[in-house]
Design a protein around this ligand. Structure first.
Ligand SMILES: Nc1ncnc2c1ncn2[C@@H]1O[C@H](COP(=O)(O)OP(=O)(O)OP(=O)(O)O)[C@@H](O)[C@H]1O
Length: 301
């Protein structure tokens, strides 16, 4: 399948600071890539280069094979919601904004009206269609930004913190929308510090640190790789202090079931042998979550 986004070797320097240092990203239709990293890692700078808002010092971007830096029309393939940049006019209503941006990106007026109404309903902003943006709540403005990005039905969506500041229900609605858009074949690049959102949505993960991609892979593979040698051991009843003190010397951790064992499978068998004849309820390899992965990769574990 052809790449919707193909970015290679992107570099950006601000004075002496190299903010992005050789970042390559690719996205196919239907994929959600979670682009993660600590504060100041280079995510927004990268996204701005992808969106044609910043000129890279090096590297290339192709959107469906076309470079937005050589051919601005390539940006037609892209819709972006960038943090702190709610690309809407404050003194225009929600509906006027959507129609305006729809027409500016090539929709006919009637089609823009229909699409705007449908998006407003979908994001539960229907009752605010005729409200000026400056009178919408922060979360409503955030949802309107998403609607603006979707007006021209782009193949690629760049979503920088799309659920930030949304209430639980709205965040879940936006999450469901992202999932539906991916199922409908959109390629989505998602930046967020909400790792549980990223884990639920992303088919692939890329972690950037100090301008470099330090980890990239399909979500299940990444989680599997980091699950490592980490087991949960559940006994029917809590272990006695005497048992516990002996088993701790073999690597058992925790005060009550489920206990945790970090180590290889030889060590696990020694531990299980020593546990005999204590009845066991469950022995399972613990699953890593994206938080574990993130903390290990950015080196703060
Ligand atoms: N216009 C600019 N001028 C100077 N330095 C900048 C500029 N924009 C970004 N930087 C610096 O580049 C580095 C990367 O910033 P960037 O905004 O890309 O990080 P980020 O990963 O998006 O962080 P966050 O998670 O905090 O949003 C930071 O050190 C930042 O201070």
């Amino acid at each position: 399948m052809n790449a919707v986004l193909e970015a290679t070797g992107l570099r950006k320097r601000f004075g002496n600071l190299v903010a992005v240092d050789g970042v390559s990203l690719h996205l196919a239709a239907g994929e959600v890539l979670a682009f993660l990293g600590p504060n100041g890692a280079g995510k927004t700078t990268t996204i701005k280069m992808l969106a044609g808002l910043l000129w890279p010092d090096g590297g290339q971007v192709h959107l469906l094979g076309k470079s937005p830096h050589q051919n601005p029309w390539a940006l037609r393939h892209l819709g972006a919601v960038l943090e702190g940049n709610r690309n809407v006019y404050w003194r225009m209503t929600a509906l006027e904004n959507l129609v305006y941006f729809g027409v500016a990106r090539g929709l006919r007026y009637q089609a823009a009206q229909r699409r705007a109404q449908a998006l407003l309903e979908q994001l539960e902003l229907g009752s605010k269609s005729h409200t000026e943006v400056r009178h919408l709540s922060r979360g409503m403005q955030q949802k309107l930004s998403l609607a603006v990005a979707l007006m021209h039905d782009p193949e690629l969506l760049l979503l920088d913190e799309p659920t930030l500041g949304l209430d639980v229900e709205s965040a879940l609605r936006v999450e469901a929308m992202v999932r539906e858009l991916a199922q409908a074949g959109k390629a989505i690049l998602l930046t967020t510090h909400q790792l549980e959102v990223a884990q639920r949505l992303a088919s692939r993960i890329a972690i950037i640190q100090q301008g470099h991609i330090v980890l990239e892979g399909r979500t299940p593979e990444v989680l599997g790789r980091f699950a490592g040698e980490h087991y949960l051991i559940e006994t029917e009843t809590p272990l006695s202090p005497a048992q516990l003190s002996h088993l701790r010397s073999l690597g058992l951790e925790g005060e009550e079931p489920p206990y945790v064992y970090h180590g290889d499978s030889d060590g696990l068998w020694r531990l299980l042998e020593a546990l005999k004849p204590t009845p066991l309820k469950k022995v399972a390899r613990a699953e890593a979550d994206l938080l574990d992965v993130f903390l290990k990769v950015v080196g703060r574990a």
